[in-house]
Design a protein around this ligand. Structure first.
Ligand code: HEM
Length: 367
C-alpha cells in the first residue's frame, strides 16, 4: 500500500496518508488543522447545544491556533510539574495491583486497566473510583470515533456531562487538577475537560500498550527470554516494542487550505488521516522494519506524534507501561495461550486488545 497508494481514499470519507515521509511532513503542515470541520456535530458553533461540542472546544486535540496554544501551554506546564516524581510510586502501585492475582488472569481487565485507572486517579488528584474512571474515560473516547446519529450524540452528551461532574479533586489534594488551577490560565470548565482528556489518554492506551508489548515479545522467543532473564531491560526494549505494535495507529487532521497531494485535489474540510502504524513499519524510515532492534535510533518518532500536537503525556505513558511490565517480568509472566487469537476492539485508529490471558510463573505468583 505504501508503495502504490500513498494517499488512500476511505469508504467513510477522506484519505489516509500511508508513507512515513508524508506523515512526518503532515505533523507540521500548516494547511492541516485539528478543529472539527464546520459540518461536524462537534464543530465549535454547536457548543451551546451539545456538551460534546463544548468539551471539544476546550481540549488541545480538537483545537487550532491560537486557542490550541492557550490551553496546551498551561496543561503542559501543569503536566510536567506533576510528573516530576511520579515514577517513584508507579512501581509500587503496579506491584500492589499484582498481589492477590490468581495464577492465570486477563492482563488487560484484571491488571493493566485497574493499575492505569488508579495511577491516573492519583496523578490527577481524584478519588480512585475505578468504575467512574472507566466510564469517564470511555465517554471521552466516544469523541474520537464518528458520531453518526442523534442518539449517538445524545449518549455522548449524557456520558460527558457525567464525566465532567466526576472531575472534582479530593480536597486539598495534589495532582494535575490542582496544578492546572495553579497556572491561573484555565477556567474551571477547561480544567475539568482537560482532566477527562488526560484520564482517558492514560487508561485505554496504557492497558492496550502493556498487552501489545507482551504480544510482541511472545512472537520472538529469544527476545522474550532475554527480557524475562533480565538481559534486555524493560526501559531499553520498550520504544522499539511500541514502534512494532502501538495502540495509536491513526490520527486525524482536517484540510484547512485546499491543496494537491499525489495528484489528488484535497478541498477545504476534507478529513486526512495520518497512519502512524504504517509509518512505524515503513522501510524508507526504518531498515528491516519488521525486525526488533533495541539499538535503533529514535524508534518512537511516530508513536507519540510530533510538532504542535505531540503527546504531552509521553514520559508518563512510558513510565506507566514500564512499571506495569517490570512488575509482570519480576513474577515471570507468560502468555496463557491464544496469542494468535487475540481480538481487538472495533475502533478506527486504535489498536486495543480486548483481553490477553497471562499466567505468572515466578516464585511469587499467587494462586
Ligand atoms: C502508549 C500511550 C500513548 C500513546 C501511544 C499516545 C499517542 C499520542 C499521539 C500520537 C498524540 C498526537 C495526536 C495528534 O498529533 O493529533 C497524542 C496526543 C496527546 N496525548 Fe498521548 N499517547 C499516549 C499516552 C498519553 C498519556 C498517558 C497522556 C497523559 C497523561 C497523554 C496525553 C496526550 C495529550 C494531552 C495529547 C494532545 C496534545 C495536543 O493535541 O496538543 N497521552 N498522544
Amino acid at each position: 500500500m505504501r508503495q502504490d497508494h500513498p494517499l488512500v481514499p476511505l469508504a467513510g470519507g477522506g484519505y489516509l496518508l500511508s508513507r512515513a515521509a508524508d506523515v512526518e511532513a503532515a505533523f507540521t503542515d500548516r494547511r492541516l488543522g485539528n478543529a472539527p470541520s464546520r459540518f461536524s456535530v462537534l464543530a465549535e458553533k454547536n457548543r451551546g447545544q451539545s456538551v460534546a461540542a463544548d468539551l471539544c472546544a476546550n481540549i488541545p486535540p480538537f483545537l487550532d491556533m491560537p486557542r490550541h496554544a492557550d490551553l496546551r501551554r498551561p496543561l503542559s506546564a501543569a503536566f510536567h510539574a506533576t510528573f516530576a516524581g511520579s515514577a517513584d510510586w508507579l512501581g509500587a502501585l503496579a506491584e500492589e495491583e499484582l498481589d492477590g492475582q490468581a495464577a492465570e488472569f486477563d492482563v488487560v481487565a484484571d491488571f493493566a486497566g485497574p493499575f492505569a485507572a488508579r495511577a491516573m486517579a492519583r496523578f490527577l488528584g481524584l478519588a480512585a473510583d475505578a468504575e467512574l474512571m472507566r466510564r469517564s474515560s470511555a465517554a471521552l473516547f466516544r469523541l474520537f470515533a464518528p458520531i453518526t446519529s442523534r442518539s449517538d450524540l445524545a449518549q455522548a452528551d449524557a456520558d460527558l456531562a457525567r464525566a465532567r461532574r466526576a472531575m472534582t479533586p479530593v480536597a486539598g489534594g495534589a495532582g494535575l487538577i490542582a496544578a492546572m488551577a495553579e497556572t491561573g490560565a484555565m477556567t474551571d470548565q477547561e480544567i475539568a475537560d482537560n482532566a477527562i482528556l488526560v484520564l482517558a489518554d492514560g487508561i485505554e492506551n496504557i492497558e492496550a500498550a502493556v498487552a501489545l508489548v507482551l504480544l510482541t515479545l511472545e512472537r520472538v522467543p529469544q527476545l522474550r527470554d532475554d527480557w524475562l532473564g533480565g538481559r534486555l531491560g524493560t526501559a531499553e526494549m520498550l520504544p522499539e516494542a511500541l514502534r512494532l505494535n502501538s495502540p495509536a495507529q491513526i490520527i486525524p487532521r482536517v484540510v484547512r487550505d485546499g491543496h494537491d497531494r499525489h495528484g489528488i485535489r484535497l478541498e477545504v474540510g476534507t478529513p486526512l488521516f495520518l497512519a502512524l502504524g504504517s509509518a512505524n513499519l515503513d522501510p524508507d524510515a526504518f531498515d528491516g522494519p519488521e525486525k526488533f532492534d533495541a539499538t535503533r535510533a529514535d524508534p518512537g518518532r511516530y508513536v507519540f506524534g510530533r510538532g504542535r500536537h505531540s503527546c504531552i503525556g509521553a514520559p508518563l505513558a512510558r513510565a506507566m507501561i514500564a512499571a506495569a511490565l517490570e512488575a509482570l517480568r519480576q513474577r515471570g509472566v507468560g502468555l496463557a495461550g491464544q496469542a494468535d487469537r487475540v481480538r481487538y476492539h472495533r475502533r478506527f485508529g486504535h489498536r486495543w486488545p480486548e483481553a490477553l490471558p497471562v499466567r505468572l510463573e515466578g516464585a511469587r505468583a499467587a494462586g
